[in-house]
Design a protein around this ligand. Structure first.
Ligand SMILES: Cc1ncc(COP(=O)(O)O)c(C=O)c1O
Ligand SMILES: [Zn+2]
Length: 412
C-alpha cells in the first residue's frame, strides 16, 4: 500500500486518511488553515512503479494510480479526463516572442475544464469513504465537474452552491447532470450545515481559513506527469497558471516534486501564478513576502473563475520555493489573451486566458528568455460562457447582409 496518510503543510502533523475537511485539526484549533496533503511511501513506489502504464494511451488519470490516493479499482471513477494536448498557439507565440511557448489545453476535458482531474480523484475518495451526498461551492466550472463525477459515481444527492454571477448555462449543465444548483450570496454557511449536520462530502475548498480538498489536489498532479512526458521526458523551464484558491498550481508543483523524488525528473520548473489586477491577493502577499494569503477587500474582474478574494498557503509557498512569482494582468491584457488564443484556434474563458496574458506580458517585457520552454495552463473553455463570448466577439453576426455589406466586411 503506497499511501501512508495525510500530512499538514503547515505543522507537519501526520494523520490517517480520513474525512478531515477543515484541514489539520491542530492548526484549525489555533484558528489557522492547515491544508493537508496525501503522503506516499516513495521508496516503495520507486521500486514498483509501472511507468509503461503512464505512456499507454488512456483517457483517465488512473493510469497514474501509483501516485493517486484511491488504490482500489472498484472506487476509481473516471469520465475519460486528462491526456490533454500540449500545443503551440501560433498567434500567442508570435506576439509574446516566445517560440517555445505551449498551452496545456485543459478545455478538452469531459466538462471542458481542468476541474475534472480534481473530481476524478476527489469523488472517487468520497465513494471509497462511503459518502452518498456531495456538495461544492462554485463560480461555475467546479460545480459542473462535481455534478458530472457525482453522476458517474452514482451519488444520491449533489448540492451545488453557485455564485450569483455564475453563468446560467453552467447552472443548467449542473442540473442536466442531476445536480441541484442553488444561487446564493453567502455560500459558506450552507456548506458548513450540509457537511456538519447532513453528512455531505465537501468536494471544495473549505473556508474561512481556506484549505483545499487534499484528495482533489492529487488529481491535478497528473498535469505535471503528462507535461513531463509530452516534452519527451523534460521539465519545462517555466509554467504559468491562472490562480484563485491556488490548487491548480500546487497540484502540478507537488507532481513535479514527486517526479524528482522518484529520480525521474532532474529539476523543477519555475512557477508563475497569474491573477487579475482587480483581484490579486496572492500578488500582494508575494510582494510583501508573506506566508499566508491576505484577503482582498473588493475583488473585481471579468475573470470570474479566478476572482477569489483569498487563497491558500501551499500555492504561495510553492511560488517562493520554485524561484517564481505571483504577478497580475489588467482587464485589457486578459481580453487581449482571449483574442490571441481565439485567433490561434482556441476558445477559452477569460480566467483561463490569464496564464497566457501573464506569459505574453513577461515575453514582451523581456523578463523571460526566448529559449525557455514555457507551458501555460489553459484551464476552461469559453463555450460555457455564452454571455462573455457575446461581449467579446469583435463584430455581431450580420443577418441578411447586402452584397455591399459582405464586400465591406471581407475587404473585397
Ligand atoms: C477556468 C479556471 N481557471 C482557473 C481557476 C483557478 O483554480 P484554483 O482555484 O485551483 O486556483 C479556476 C477555478 O475555479 C477556473 O475555473
Ligand atoms: Zn497543522
Amino acid at each position: 500500500m503506497s499511501v501512508l496518510g495525510l500530512s499538514c503543510t503547515r505543522c507537519n502533523a501526520q494523520y490517517p486518511i480520513g474525512p478531515l475537511f477543515y484541514g489539520c485539526p491542530a492548526c484549525h484549533k489555533k484558528g489557522l488553515g492547515g491544508a493537508l496533503t496525501v503522503v506516499y511511501d516513495y521508496p516503495a513506489i520507486a521500486k514498483t512503479l509501472d511507468r509503461e502504464a503512464w505512456g499507454r494511451h488512456s483517457h483517465s488519470i488512473w493510469r497514474f494510480k501509483d501516485l493517486l490516493p484511491v488504490q482500489d479499482p472498484a472506487f476509481q471513477i473516471s469520465l475519460g479526463e486528462g491526456n490533454t494536448a500540449l500545443v503551440q498557439p501560433r498567434v500567442v507565440c508570435e506576439t509574446a516572442g516566445l517560440p517555445r511557448l505551449y498551452i496545456k489545453n485543459e478545455t478538452t476535458n469531459p466538462t471542458w475544464a481542468f476541474k475534472d482531474r480534481f473530481h476524478a480523484s476527489s469523488i472517487s475518495m468520497a465513494k471509497a469513504m462511503g459518502y452518498t451526498k456531495v456538495t461544492a461551492s462554485t463560480t461555475g466550472n467546479h460545480g459542473a465537474s462535481t455534478a458530472a463525477y457525482s453522476a458517474a459515481a452514482g451519488m444520491k444527492t449533489c448540492a451545488i452552491l453557485c455564485h450569483p454571477e455564475s453563468s446560467p448555462l453552467q447552472r443548467n449543465i449542473i442540473r442536466m447532470y442531476g445536480g441541484h444548483a442553488f444561487v446564493l450570496e453567502n455560500r459558506y454557511q450552507y456548506l458548513e450545515t450540509f457537511v456538519n449536520d447532513h453528512g455531505f462530502y465537501p468536494s471544495t475548498t473549505m473556508e474561512p481559513m481556506p484549505v483545499g480538498t487534499p484528495f482533489g489536489i492529487e488529481g491535478y498532479k497528473t498535469i505535471a506527469f503528462e507535461v513531463y512526458a509530452q516534452l519527451g521526458g523534460k521539465t519545462p523551464d517555466r509554467m504559468f497558471f491562472p490562480i484563485a484558491a491556488g490548487d491548480v498550481l500546487y497540484g502540478p508543483w507537488k507532481g513535479f516534486r514527486e517526479l524528482k523524488q522518484l529520480g525521474i525528473a532532474d529539476r523543477l520548473p519555475v512557477l508563475h501564478g497569474i491573477q487579475p489586477a482587480g483581484c490579486n491577493p496572492y500578488v500582494q502577499s508575494f510582494r510583501q513576502g508573506l506566508h499566508d494569503v491576505i484577503t482582498h477587500p473588493d475583488p473585481r474582474s471579468i475573470a470570474l473563475s479566478i476572482r477569489d478574494d483569498m487563497g491558500g498557503r501551499p500555492a504561495l509557498e510553492a511560488l517562493y520555493e520554485s524561484g517564481g512569482d505571483a504577478s497580475d494582468v489588467s482587464e485589457e491584457e486578459i481580453v487581449e489573451a482571449v483574442h490571441l488564443l481565439a485567433r490561434s484556434g482556441f476558445l477559452v474563458e477569460p480566467s483561463s486566458a490569464a496564464s497566457v496574458a501573464g506569459a505574453v506580458k513577461a515575453g514582451r517585457q523581456g523578463r523571460i528568455s526566448r529559449d525557455d520552454t514555457v507551458v501555460c495552463i489553459v484551464t476552461g473553455s469559453g463555450a460555457k460562457w455564452p454571455e462573455v463570448v457575446e461581449k467579446l466577439v469583435p463584430s455581431p453576426t450580420p443577418v441578411e447582409p447586402t452584397w455591399d455589406d459582405i464586400c465591406r466586411e471581407l475587404g473585397l
